[in-house]
Design a protein around this ligand. Sequence first.
Ligand code: NAD
Length: 261
Amino acid sequence: MAGPTTPTTPQLFDMGGKVAVVTGGGRGIGEGIAHSLAEAGASIVVAARRTDEIEKVAADIVAAGGQATAVATDVTDSDALEALAQSAVDTYGRLDTWVNNAGGSPARMKLDKLPREEWDNTISLNLTAVYVASVTAARKMETGSIINISSGAGFGAIPKSAHYGAAKAGVHSLTYSLAAELAPRVRVNCVAPGAIPTEIMMQALDLDEESVEGLVDAWQIPMGRLGTPQDIGAACLYFASDASSWVTGQVIQVSGAPSRR
Ligand code: NAD
């Protein structure tokens, strides 16, 4: 029960006065995360490579009454990550939340056919960038929350996407270790999405609008539907806000299904 010093539940989820960076925020899941955090009151720095996409997301947030800026960033460039973190502090005076969402790999092939370059690029984007960004962000935060976006592919065997699965499994390990190293100042958690029909997912699985709905039956998704960017945004809001102030080093699967291990 709420007392004079105990926050109410809406206060726990309130992001008013907080500043969040969302990488890969120009479309898909990152766009959904940016909107969820903005609707809860956070000022958002939307970051990705494509200026047209991030400027549109920032403009949509501002048009809805929120605060947002767009900063063109390639997350595989360490200097660009440093500049991104600094621009959040320069623009809004602080940094509270950092969402490592940029990622993916459209390549679907067995490891013995996978070009070495594709392996290196996948690890660089999905794992190394998460490590560099997290360390960079934590240095700029007084206290805060880092949220990694992994994938169901980070659990078990993923034939023809082993490179991607290995990178995302690495993100889980990084989440546990960084959470231990950065506590109690900065919390580190991870959201592992299931199937969300975004551009990268449709491309990776060679799907069109018609065939994508068949996945619910083909993959026997117990909750009977595919996911949405907002499903992931809501989980990120929990990890970003004081509602999860006693939670760190966790990986939550938001997938319409029981946990895979
Ligand atoms: P998407 O392709 O729709 O969006 C990816 C975003 O990342 C884009 O804004 C893109 O510009 C950005 N990006 C890519 N490379 C970048 C780079 N080097 N620097 C900066 N930005 C870069 O993909 P999505 O489906 O929204 O995926 C977002 C995250 O969710 C990824 O980490 C992906 O692995 C993960 N994921 C997606 C699904 C799914 O079903 N869609 C499932 C599990 C996990």
